[in-house]
Design a protein around this ligand. Sequence first.
Ligand SMILES: Nc1ncnc2c1ncn2[C@@H]1O[C@H](COP(=O)(O)OP(=O)(O)OP(=O)(O)O)[C@@H](O)[C@H]1O
Ligand SMILES: CCCCCCCCCCCCC/C=C/[C@@H](O)[C@H](CO)NC(=O)CCCCC
Ligand SMILES: [Ca+2]
Length: 543
Amino acid sequence: MERLPGGRRPRLVSSLGLGRRSWEVTLDEERGRLAWRDPRPPRRLRENCFVPISEIIAVEETEFNKKQRNIGRWQKMAKLHAFTVYYVKKARNHRWRCSDVTFWCVEEHLCNQWIQALKELLEMQKSRPKQLLVYINPYGGKRQGKRIYEQKVAPLFSLASISTDVVITEHANHAKDNLLEVNIYKYDGVVCVGGDGMFSEVMHGLIGRIQKDSGIDQNNPKASLVQCNIRIGIIPAGSTDCICYSTVGISDPVTSALHIIVGDCQPLDVSSVHHNNTFLKYSVSLLGYGFYGDILKDSEKKRWMGPMRYDYSGFKTFLSHHYYEGTIAYQPAKHTHGSPRDKESCRTGCHICKKSEKQLAEQNKEHGLKHEGGEEEWKVIKGKFLAINAVSMSCACPRSPKGLSPAAHLADGSADLILVRKCSRFDFLRYLVRHTNQDDQFDFPFVDVYRVKCFQFTSKLSEDNESNVMDIGKKRFGQFCRDHPACCCNIVNSTWNCDGETLDSSAIEVRVHCQLMKLFARGIEENCKDEAAHSQSSIEQLL
Ligand SMILES: Nc1ncnc2c1ncn2[C@@H]1O[C@H](COP(=O)(O)OP(=O)(O)OP(=O)(O)O)[C@@H](O)[C@H]1O
Ligand SMILES: CCCCCCCCCCCCC/C=C/[C@@H](O)[C@H](CO)NC(=O)CCCCC
Ligand SMILES: [Ca+2]
């Protein structure tokens, strides 16, 4: 067997046909890649083409005549044997596609040897799912969930030999309730086809189930929740698809399906929301009071408009320019070194998230399941706010490609608390516009941002109600500021937008649970076009 530079041994090196020519093909186990090069290439194409084994989707024996181009004299001399390698090809803007390359040779046993070696290596990729439970919301976004799954995703799962149990939901909470009953432990992951709301359902079902099975009371706001190791895959088919976009870099069903197939794993922070020792919801993206809560409340009545409802309600809410009085108390996230004003964003293999992962492992070792650090200092802020947003991740989405907090981390155990104080409509518009361009949206005197591990909010209205329950006048909802009838000060409460669902209470207590769950994703990759895909495409042009 031939040796590679440095004396390393490849698993297989053969001269195989690719197109009309003979190529040197190497299965380099040590570097974890399949590489092929033309032994006598033209000068401009000296580089190797390669595919990491971790990004090979499948290997199949190929019926040669059906697939191949005319390969000249070889075809006449002998029966040829061939195999096709399907692999991930990285295109621009984090988009992944399934590409393939077919190698051929005259000896049947050599062809079989290659197929077997590649299949063995794929078998060794232990993080890949074999059995998935899939929930499809047929009514999410533009109502394309079922079609997207059947046409774009199911064929890829079948190519990768993944077996699936598919449930098409018949009503809201179908997936969530189902997850509390089925044998979830026989699956390697749960896939949701839909938007953020559908993801939220599946997440609530899974986290709720794990807590139930572990005897943890979700109503206890201080409980240490048990991590959920069954990964969730998101096939985006919703209206905002913020969670998919923020964890993959694009909302594209094929890209997400490929991340599931290769068995990616991205831990995710989850915030628990309580009111008076009662569990309300979990959140992974946006918890928004004021602007985003009002948009959501208005847009729910316009579901028939599809994704456009958010533009309509967004414009209406912007014009109404309501602000709300309340008190926020928070504990700063001292365990993490990052800041919401950092220039660097959370990317694949993020060192800040890795550090939090280590801290979490140490904490679990030292304290078992007991929660720690309850009695740290609280900071209190009172004021009038147009928006109070707490985000556990950047909340990047097609509407806002860098998100509500561009430097927020997916898995650092913290959330960014953004307070937008009362300001003019013009200033608020300037703030919003900065969500769509490269300018810093926190660089305004009326915007404050803090990295926190927990916070509480009470609206002025509920404070007043609590302090003087006899004052019936103050209890009346829908009432505007009596001191300034023409101003936009609204003494009615806003609503909390929790990942696209409304909450019933305005007074809430929120705590971030570091890396409580995992996704089939790898975070957003640094924006360089993949070397392998690049060389492959230039070779395809030449063939
Ligand atoms: N069969 C169904 N009929 C009605 N509602 C459903 C059904 N299945 C799921 N749902 C509910 O529909 C809600 C919205 O779905 P989804 O999140 O998929 O789309 P969206 O709201 O358009 O997108 P986004 O959440 O990204 O803004 C979810 O909260 C889910 O509970
Ligand atoms: C003049 C141009 C100004 C444009 C400003 C655009 C700012 C867009 C920021 C979008 C942030 C989305 C945060 C994610 C929220 C999701 O959990 C939630 C459920 O899907 N979606 C919405 O609440 C839907 C929220 C829709 C907001 C429009
Ligand atoms: Ca976070």
